[in-house]
Design a protein around this ligand. Sequence first.
Ligand SMILES: Nc1ncnc2c1ncn2[C@@H]1O[C@H](COP(=O)(O)OP(=O)(O)OP(=O)(O)O)[C@@H](O)[C@H]1O
Ligand SMILES: CC(=O)N[C@H]1[C@@H]2OC[C@@H](O2)[C@@H](O)[C@@H]1O[C@H](C)C(=O)O
Length: 386
Amino acid sequence: MSGFVYRTIGMMSGTSLDGVDAALIETDGVEVLRRGASLSLPYPASLRRDVYALFDRAATLRGDEPDLLAAEQELTALHVEAVRQILTREGEADLIGFHGQTLYHAPDRGRTWQIGDASLLSRETGLPVIHDFRRDDVAHGGEGAPLAPWYHAACLAGEAGPVAILNIGGVANITFVGRDGAILAGDTGPGNALLDDWAFRHTGIACDRDGALARAGKLDERVLSVLLDHPFFSRLPPKSLDRQEFAGSLDRISLLSPEDGAATLVAFTVKAIAQTQLPEPPRAWFVCGGGRHNPALMTALAHAVPGAVKPVEALGWDGDMVEAECFAFLAVRSLRGLPLSAPGITGATGLFTGGRLSCAGIRPELLVRGALARATGQEAGALARD
Ligand SMILES: Nc1ncnc2c1ncn2[C@@H]1O[C@H](COP(=O)(O)OP(=O)(O)OP(=O)(O)O)[C@@H](O)[C@H]1O
Ligand SMILES: CC(=O)N[C@H]1[C@@H]2OC[C@@H](O2)[C@@H](O)[C@@H]1O[C@H](C)C(=O)O
């Protein structure tokens, strides 16, 4: 253990817009000592609709539009509720890592934007909140994503490379760990987001549950090659995506039946993963994120890549909570000034820390004591534990 151990609640609301995942871990930002309570709170359908509508205008939003602020308040309130429920089960915590909802991600334009009111979250919970994890990385020439490789690598400690951790969320991303422990990471392409949108369009259900549509359909090779004809796929990792980057793909499959369209989208996600250029083929692929619940995706993946394909539960992890736990871990790294950026992970020009601290909810005397503790060489965790 290299420092003070923090009981930290991490929260992620991912690109699938399915809701907020929250998990408490005990960590010093280098190792994970304990995984505690976790939960998911679904977005109400109206909030999902409201955020979805914001995606379409994200590039031109200023940040003070009433509908944007209303969505931000509502999703922050859901995070406050998630913290309350975790605290009911865990008693106390030191810190919150708050990812927020990515609205817009364009590192090539120097922007990545996660909405969520960290100051309100801190006031409502009385805890310090680390947020805005991606901005500094972009400022240092990085992609701003993925950041989870830090957590994947910490949890993999002792597992011999070459292995891959594959997250299939709304977007899919990979962490490759070589024999020598070197990490190469990046988004691979679409995950479930297109399939969710397609399923919703045809069935009114928010995802292709258990791959039912895709398993009844046939992949259209010609359409698949059109989908794969996108400049993102000729880039080498590290690289990242905005959720909406491939939204136009749905127009390209619009003439297919619901089943064939779903089968083609599954093949799109899987082919994009399989063709990602890695230093050597992983001997095992451990899959986390909601996509591992889709048997159509998992079966297609097992056929498309060399090496074993298993859910991360094979490593003893909870594949639905990896990202929430990750933002708890990264919050502690941020508090301690440890790196969140690295050239092999995000393409940043060096090792840099990131994230912002909101202490709006902390009693002033604790802040003063926290500052004193830091000045005398103790760690800031003393601040919230007091
Ligand atoms: N039983 C299931 N059958 C099919 N798909 C499922 C099932 N359960 C979950 N999913 C998929 O998983 C998605 C949610 O995955 P997850 O929570 O990992 O995404 P996210 O965290 O929002 O995304 P990201 O990692 O891109 O931020 C759902 O939108 C759905 O597509
Ligand atoms: C900009 C943004 O929010 N990116 C997400 C998204 O969801 C999956 C993939 O795209 C990944 O790059 C990232 O999230 C995870 C938690 C990450 O940063 O590792």
